[in-house]
Design a protein around this ligand. Structure first.
Ligand SMILES: [Zn+2]
Ligand SMILES: [Zn+2]
Length: 273
């Protein structure tokens, strides 16, 4: 595929609590791999903003990205991004951050329900099917509210809890049970004029699927969705661009001719072929 490995709009550096490599090293590896554009999207978890050191991490990430962008000018387009977690649980804090740091690109993610820990910590084996249903119902509701708020550029890794519930713990979940709610999320994305992310990290995890899976990307297209971003969610330099070619092929099968990158918070369409 012509645009194999050309861009990656979801990456983490050591300015994320779960990152490993410096922005400069990530960018060097991205350029060596032949990528043409990456967004550095370190975590800022809005619901625990004051508890963590997110203010310092966010500024350091923004600064390191600016430095890398200058160093790689003409070789690699480096977009200054953020993965904004749980923004709608504390909107004033989220808005203040977005007013202060002038990002190119903002991913909106939900990693946990209000007041709860990341779905990573969910003790699935001690959770009944009924409780799983309640958790997922609340999760899709929060995703809808995030999309309605609309002050992000893309909705990151929709269906994230399934990485743990189905992938790591092998519990069966039928997404058709949530199809009405998922449709509401997708309609809110379209109404807000933002994008849906195809997150390819799951292809290399036990869930063996993009987040969201192909049927949801296809549903988004059928509803009139036009903007798709794509990212590997790399936390190591060696994972940069991983699965992007597969994600692009998936987007194409679903009827998309373009991928979207964001610069200065404005969408730019990149043809898939
Ligand atoms: Zn995430
Ligand atoms: Zn991420």
């Amino acid at each position: 595929m012509r645009y194999k490995d050309i861009l990656d709009m979801h990456t983490h550096t050591d300015n994320s609590f779960d990152g490993n490599h410096s922005a400069m090293y990530m960018c060097e590896c991205a350029a060596m791999k032949g990528l043409r554009a990456i967004a550095i999207t370190d975590h800022v978890e809005i619901d625990i903003f004051a508890k963590g050191e997110f203010n310092r991490w966010a500024r350091q990430s923004y600064f390191d990205t600016a430095k890398a962008r200058a160093a790689f000018r003409g070789k690699l387009l480096i977009l200054s991004g953020v993965e904004l977690g749980e923004a709608i649980y504390d909107i004033p804090t989220a808005e203040k951050l977005l007013d202060t740091l002038h990002y190119d690109f903002v991913i909106g993610s939900i990693h946990n329900l209000p007041g709860e820990e990341d779905f990573y910590f969910l003790d699935v084996d001690k959770t009944s099917d009924e409780e799983i249903r309640e958790i997922l119902t609340e999760y899709f509701d929060e995703e809808r509210k995030l999309a309605e708020w609309g002050k992000v550029d893309t909705i990151g890794h929709l269906t994230y809890p399934l990485r743990y519930i189905c992938g790591e713990h092998g519990r069966k979940v039928d997404l058709r049970d949530y199809s009405g709610q998922i449709e509401d999320v997708l309609r809110a994305i379209i109404h807000s004029g933002i994008a849906l992310e195809i997150n390819t990290s799951g292809l290399f995890q036990k869930i063996e699927s993009t987040m969201p899976p192909e049927e949801i990307v296809a549903q988004y297209r059928r509803l009139g969705g036009e903007l798709i971003t794509i990212g590997s969610d790399a936390h190591y330099a060696e994972h940069l661009g991983r699965g992007i070619a597969d994600g692009m092929a998936l987007a194409k099968r679903c009827g998309f001719c373009n991928l979207t990158i964001f610069e200065h918070r404005e969408p730019i369409q990149i043809p898939i072929e």
